[in-house]
Design a protein around this ligand. Sequence first.
Ligand SMILES: *Cc1c(COP(=O)(O)O)cnc(C)c1O
Length: 391
Amino acid sequence: MRVYADNAATTQLSDNAFNSMLPLLKETYGNPSSLHTIGQLAKVELENARELVAECIGANPSEIYFTSGGSEADNQAIRSAAAIGARKGKKHIISSKFEHHAVLHTLNALKQEGYEITLLDVYSNGIVKPQDVADAIREDTCLVTIMTANNEIGTIQPIFEISKICKEKGVLFHTDAVQAVGHIPVNVAELGVDMLSVSAHKFHGPKGVGFLYARKGVLLKNIIEGGAQERGKRAGTENMASIVGMATALKDAVDSLDETAKKVTEMRDYLINGLKNIERSRINGDLNNRLPGTLNMCFEGIEGESLLLLLDAKGICASSGSACTSGSLDPSHVLLSIGVPVEIAHGSLRLSISEYNTMEEMEHIVNCVPPVVEYLRSISPVWEKIVKEEM
Ligand SMILES: *Cc1c(COP(=O)(O)O)cnc(C)c1O
């Protein structure tokens, strides 16, 4: 049995999205900037896709800027706010310690350029306190950027409350909603955010495409200079097939949001019940405010990498954290940020499931993980030490 349980890293393209992409590759292959018929047919498809994704998040189509994915959208949002701030002499930015690297590394680059960055704590439940945001805002704060849902532990942040605080203080607010959109209700009008990042491949759309929502009135700065595509804010001939595939996938995800969440939550809770009694294990992040499909656990005395390899041999594709940190031996910055000790953070397992998974697959996971953990502990000097200390 092959079980794909790494949907927070990426998802399988849906059949609907795949089928909607094909005509753009072979028939309506024109450049939407061309004035002739085949170009204008592509232009219609482009604007239809824009309307569709705008509707899915409660935005106006003129507030949608297609990008190459979530990372680019994060970069552009943060760089835009930084540029707006600099013009008024405001160079302080607030974020959290457990953001995605697309946010953290952009902030690091800005730090080198003279900006001051405040990274807020997320506490043991993996949730930012709105009051901490309010307390951190200064006269010279130009941006607050806090993710909607964390990609490693799945915790959902109080975006509405944070957005309200930012509005009251006149500070721009951006949220990386890559893990949230298509999985939980996200409506920019209700949330009141200024900018929001989305990526298609996290909701059964294609990879390499996403969009940035920027509220009317927020002046974007170009990350990619060139032609006048995306109303002059993002150059480059549009990735037509992927944009249309994304719109199809998002529409499907939003239309079946409740049904999917129910199904996925049931499977996730089955995993929790089946794994939570493993000795010296912990579930990371708040149990209630979390994405339907994400479960992150730590098992003391073992290495996450070994666990992944042995699970892979049993057909289970999981992760030890984010796809970006796998391959490096540093423990996850997310787990460290919620206070998991370094040695325990090494033994982490992220299972992220989607509606394509089945209960039989969950049973397979629940049957495989405990004996694999037990085996790894039986050969682990760290575990031996833990057991000795206990006696
Ligand atoms: C996947 C992810 C990104 C990056 O999106 P890409 O489209 O892969 O560039 C950014 N933020 C979060 C929270 C993510 O999960």
